[in-house]
Design a protein around this ligand. Structure first.
Ligand code: AOF
Ligand code: ZN
Length: 340
């Protein structure tokens, strides 16, 4: 049987997950308060700007005196700063639990160990690192944002069975099957931004929105160092927002934002995106862009469809190590997560 700490931290992670899609860009956090092996209160961070998990859990306890001597399980170290809400650490100390068990320390520089230290200074026993890996996976975007000050980056492409992502003329439509394409639209709805290079934007006239699924459209990001994006493209003509990163032009025309980045470096673009609130990015090609990001080590996940088609020649897919796969319609889907 799983030990007691793991059991209740797992429950806190389960509760945290209920905040998915609502708390962003905050982390998902859950909290369980246990006395004599019974849960006496639990809660999670429900909405961005709203009460933190610990406060909701405390409010859920019927007799607040019971918290004295209890064990508090939290998926993330309690905060110590006055943000949109007062510090959870101070609130916990008021109620005198005997111990606090944590999955992850909070990478936010405003907290980062200060919560644990303050609890210990107030004679509360702290155990941290329980199911740490699971906690990090749950809040993978938040951890990358806080630690690297850039969006969480997911590469996506479809390749033929013989390893090509496009024909020689650069055309790449319909390599993957319908089911895979539908899944990609779901993924688009899950991230804040979507990025492609200018050649793909011109060649495919991509719209990069969510059509085969229900959900929010991501903000479109185009890498166009020399302003080669063609006037007729959907990116420049439909009413949605586009951020067009380039080497020389800073201007806004309606929803189209031309952003000058000089020197035109991926690291600088990533930092600018982070500052603008683009906390995650789905990168949909083309080959040049994908390879550049891989070369610069700026990716966190890759999702690769391998279809049954054969091209024999064309543009080679990026070369990264794949192992297990799942079947999506007629395709194989390989998912590679780094540092997991
Ligand atoms: C906690 N419990 O449930 C969450 C925490 O703007 P605020 O006041 O909501 O603070 C957001 C920051 O607080 C966030 O970046 C992260 O460091 C921490 N999130 N902390 O004790 C919670 N969601
Ligand atoms: Zn808090």
């Amino acid at each position: 049987m799983e030990n007691k700490h793991k059991k209740f931290i797992r429950r806190s992670l389960y509760l945290a997950n209920k905040g998915m899609g609502e708390v962003f860009p905050n982390p998902m956090v859950g909290c369980v308060i246990v006395k004599e092996n019974e849960i006496i209160g639990e809660g999670y961070h429900k909405k961005f700007g709203g009460a933190h998990a610990e406060i909701n859990a405390i409010n859920n306890v019927i007799n607040k005196n019971d918290i004295e001597g209890a064990s508090v399980y939290i998926s993330l170290e309690p905060c110590t700063h006055f943000g949109k809400t007062p510090p959870c650490t101070d609130k916990l100390i008021e109620y005198k639990p005997k111990e606090v068990i944590i999955s992850n320390t909070d990478p936010n520089p405003l907290v980062n160990g200060k919560g644990i230290k303050k609890l210990r200074n107030n004679k509360i026993n702290v155990i941290s690192g329980v199911l740490e890996k699971e906690g990090k996976i749950l809040n993978k975007r938040f951890f990358i944002n806080q630690e690297k000050k850039r969006p969480y980056i997911i590469l996506k492409w479809a390749e033929t069975s013989d390893g090509f992502i496009a024909k020689e003329d650069g055309s790449s439509k319909w390599i993957s099957c319908k089911a895979s394409r539908t899944l990609v639209h779901k993924w688009r709805s899950e991230e804040t931004g979507i990025l492609i290079g200018v050649n793909t934007a011109n060649k495919d006239n991509s719209r990069l929105n969510v059509r085969l699924w229900e959900g929010r459209d991501p903000i479109r990001v185009i890498l166009d160092p020399y302003n080669k994006l063609e006037e007729k493209t959907n990116i420049l003509n439909d009413p949605s927002i586009s951020l067009i990163y380039n080497n020389m032009l800073n201007k806004t025309q309606g929803q189209k934002h031309f952003i000058k980045i000089s020197p035109f470096k991926l690291e600088n673009i990533c930092y600018d995106l982070y500052k603008r609130g683009i906390y995650s990015l789905l990168v949909e090609g083309g080959g040049f862009t994908l390879n550049k990001i891989i070369e610069k080590n700026l990716w966190d996940e890759a999702r690769i469809f391998k279809s049954q088609l054969k091209f024999s020649k064309g543009i080679k897919a990026p070369n990264i190590k794949k192992n297990t796969y799942e079947k999506i319609g007629e395709d194989k889907l390989f998912k590679i997560t780094r540092n997991a």
